[in-house]
Design a protein around this ligand. Sequence first.
Ligand code: ADP
Ligand code: MG
Length: 260
Amino acid sequence: MTAPSPSPSPAIVSVTSVSMHFGGFRALDDVSIDLQRGEIHAIIGPNGAGKSTLLNVISGLLRPTRGDVHYGDQRITHVPPHRRARLGIARSFQITSIFTGFTVHQNVQLALLAQRGDCRHPFRLTGERYRDEAHELLARVQIAGMGARMGGELAAGDRKRLEFAIALAGDPQVLLLDEPTAGMSGAEREIVVGIIRSLSAERQISVLFTEHDIDMVFDNAHRITVMHQGRRLVQGTPAAVRSDPRVRDVYLGEGDDAHV
Ligand SMILES: Nc1ncnc2c1ncn2[C@@H]1O[C@H](COP(=O)(O)OP(=O)(O)O)[C@@H](O)[C@H]1O
Ligand SMILES: [Mg+2]
């Protein structure tokens, strides 16, 4: 069942006519996309369509060749990634941010220390600073019982949940997730989907994610943007995207194999 859509509101992130060239190659070609507050928005498309590049332009990892990125009213096209994080845009989990030699609980404490700019002996954790807040964040992603385990010992799904807790330590308004359920079992996917849905519904966090599992996308996204060869092909509700013949042609395949 598709999640109920949030009521329309001004975009929290707007990407306007963005192009990203690598040498002569156009990874993004005049792409515009808006993310609403509290929205779960999926970007889908074949490999090489430009999905990760688009997330990297929004997180600040890449500076676009043309076009602009706004966060609310603020133009952030040239704002570096760490400042975007401070503004409330949490980066994707593609690059793992876990310290394997610290416990799960200490990992979240460190994230809270870093976020608060509290640099007093960051690696001498007494176990006290932000202890309760760290516990609360772990509970929110349902791994409170794993606090004493070492970060490096976690299975893939638990690791992903710890990464969520670390991202949430920054109290983000926007979460950018590049294939958040890649390599997970069905049960682990369900947990991640549940976390994404509750962040959107209960905390009004906007989630922009890429995903290969089309069923997961159509069941959970409020809106979907379909990318193809660096261009935005279609943007709309799951129902609109599902019935768009262009999507069937270029992405979902024709005939009996069409997955929607
Ligand atoms: N840093 C880079 N330098 C050159 N080409 C790149 C770079 N990053 C991505 N590309 C190319 O841009 C295209 C889009 O890549 P990407 O955004 O990763 O696609 P997707 O995530 O949709 O699979 C691909 O053809 C990829 O090879
Ligand atoms: Mg990608």
